[in-house]
Design a protein around this ligand. Structure first.
Ligand SMILES: NC(=O)c1ccc[n+]([C@@H]2O[C@H](COP(=O)([O-])OP(=O)(O)OC[C@H]3O[C@@H](n4cnc5c(N)ncnc54)[C@H](O)[C@@H]3O)[C@@H](O)[C@H]2O)c1
Length: 417
């Protein structure tokens, strides 16, 4: 099957937006230039299951510049930008992704990239790797290795490795410092608030925003909501991030209490059934529910459906559920990651770092084919440091160097008071 996109006629608009993002992706563009000269991925077949956005398009083109044969499918049924899919298809990269595709189409598209018998898998959430191991295990002999983009995917891969089920090496791109300290925090923070504002046009100032989960994403969402003038409440299950949130000045309380006072709720836990029936029953009329965690399981949608007497799509990406007593609860983006469903995902400047890690990690895996053990591998520190150095350079930021005296001091243990 050659590409399955919504409308090839959208290619021009997609190309313009891909070019716009490219201007913000200066680290990736330097890698692409080197790849063009050195062709480190010559003839390597890559199957990528990522959000089909302008930034992903730039990554796909960088990999192709390195000589790879790339096929792309969506890592979420609602995150595809149809114009980008059309533009990539026009440029000769096979894409299988349509915004709003149903579950069957979603898995048909993953199977389509697997039909290419990939040697490298590039995943965001581990659906591709999971399907490959569960249903197409005979193909695993072809695979050199893979990469994983997000927290939830890494958790799934570690569970596979612990069960002895993961059969090839996968680099956990999410765990690179230049990925999760920036993408998860600044990217998710800004794009989640952007999606809530675009889809609802609500004034955030003066409202109570409840952030469930104070991990890397939660830190970003909480700080951006506070910057917009919200009173921010954090809910957690782990004492350490809860303590950090409290000392950061946020109100920390159980979700059962927060449910009564929140105007906007954002889940970013990577967990399941975080906002449940007992919470929805306590919420105010007009409450807005959004999820930015990887899967659409953080808000219990069946419970919401069950509680509601009626439902209507009141704005794009806003479903209004009317409860028996007349209260309205608004669910954004069908509970799927709201920043990609109802906005454009992370800004290109931050995806630049995540995808630089992706490109360099693929090169690293290919370079070491046959030598890496099956399992989850960290991004080598040298790659992380190089991405930080290139990003600072691209931003025109210079830093100090250690003097010889300082180097000596930091190496020594004799000097004290
Ligand atoms: N929307 C996006 O573009 C985007 C970007 C990056 C990551 N993600 C996804 O967001 C999710 C969170 O990622 P992260 O990097 O912040 O993870 P993380 O592990 O750093 O943080 C998750 C936090 O949620 C807390 N938590 C777990 N269950 C909870 C519950 N029931 N109630 C309250 N808190 C709970 C954990 O204690 C932890 O502190 C993952 O699913 C990840 O894949 C989404």
């Amino acid at each position: 099957m050659q590409s399955d996109v919504k409308d090839p006629g959208l290619a021009r608009k997609g190309r313009e937006r891909i070019d716009w993002a490219a201007a913000e992706m200066r680290v990736l563009s330097q890698i692409r230039e080197r790849f063009e000269k050195e062709r480190p991925l010559d003839g390597i077949r890559i199957a990528a299951c990522l959000h089909v956005t302008t930034e992903t398009a730039n990554l796909m083109e960088a990999l192709r510049a390195g000589g790879a044969d790339v096929a792309l499918c969506a890592s979420n049924p609602l995150s595809t930008q149809d114009d980008v899919a059309a533009a990539l298809d026009e440029s000769g990269i096979d894409v299988y992704a349509i915004k709003g595709e149903d579950n069957d189409t979603y898995y048909r598209h993953i199977n389509a990239v697997l039909d290419r018998r990939p040697q490298i898998t590039m995943d965001d959430g581990a659906d591709l790797v999971s399907l490959l191991h569960r249903e197409r295990a005979e193909q695993i002999a072809d695979v050199i290795g893979g990469t994983e983009e997000t927290t939830t995917g890494v958790i799934r891969l570690r569970a596979m490795a612990a069960a002895g089920a993961l059969r090839y090496p996968i680099v956990s791109v999410n765990d690179a410092d230049t990925k999760h300290l920036f993408d998860n925090r600044f990217g998710t923070g800004q794009s989640t608030m952007d999606a809530i504002m675009r889809s609802t046009n609500l004034l955030i100032a003066g409202r109570t925003v409840v952030v469930a989960g104070y991990g890397m994403c939660g830190r970003g969402v909480a700080s951006r909501a506070r910057g917009l003038g919200a009173r921010v409440v954090v809910t957690e299950v782990d004492p350490l991030p809860a303590l950090e949130a409290a000392m950061e000045g946020y109100t920390v309380m159980p979700l059962r209490e927060a449910a009564r006072i929140g105007d906007v709720f954002v889940t970013v836990t990577g967990d399941t059934a975080v906002i449940r029936r007992e919470h929805i029953e306590l919420m105010k009329d007009g409450a807005v529910l959004a999820n930015s965690g990887h899967f659409d399981v953080e808000i219990d949608k069946p419970a919401l459906e069950d509680l509601a007497e009626g439902k209507r799509r009141i704005r794009d990406f806003v479903d209004e559920y009317r409860l028996a007593d007349g209260r309205r609860i608004n669910l954004l983006g069908e509970g799927r990651l709201v920043n990609l469903a109802a906005a454009e995902g992370h800004p290109a400047a931050v995806m630049d770092m995540s995808f630089a890690n992706q490109a360099l990690s693929v090169e690293w895996v290919v370079d070491r084919r046959g030598t890496l053990e099956p399992g989850v591998h960290a991004v080598p520190a040298i790659i992380d440091a190089e991405v930080a150095r290139l990003k600072l350079h691209a931003m025109g930021v210079e830093i100090d160097r250690l003097t010889p005296e300082q180097e000596e001091y930091l190496r020594s243990w004799e000097q004290g008071t």
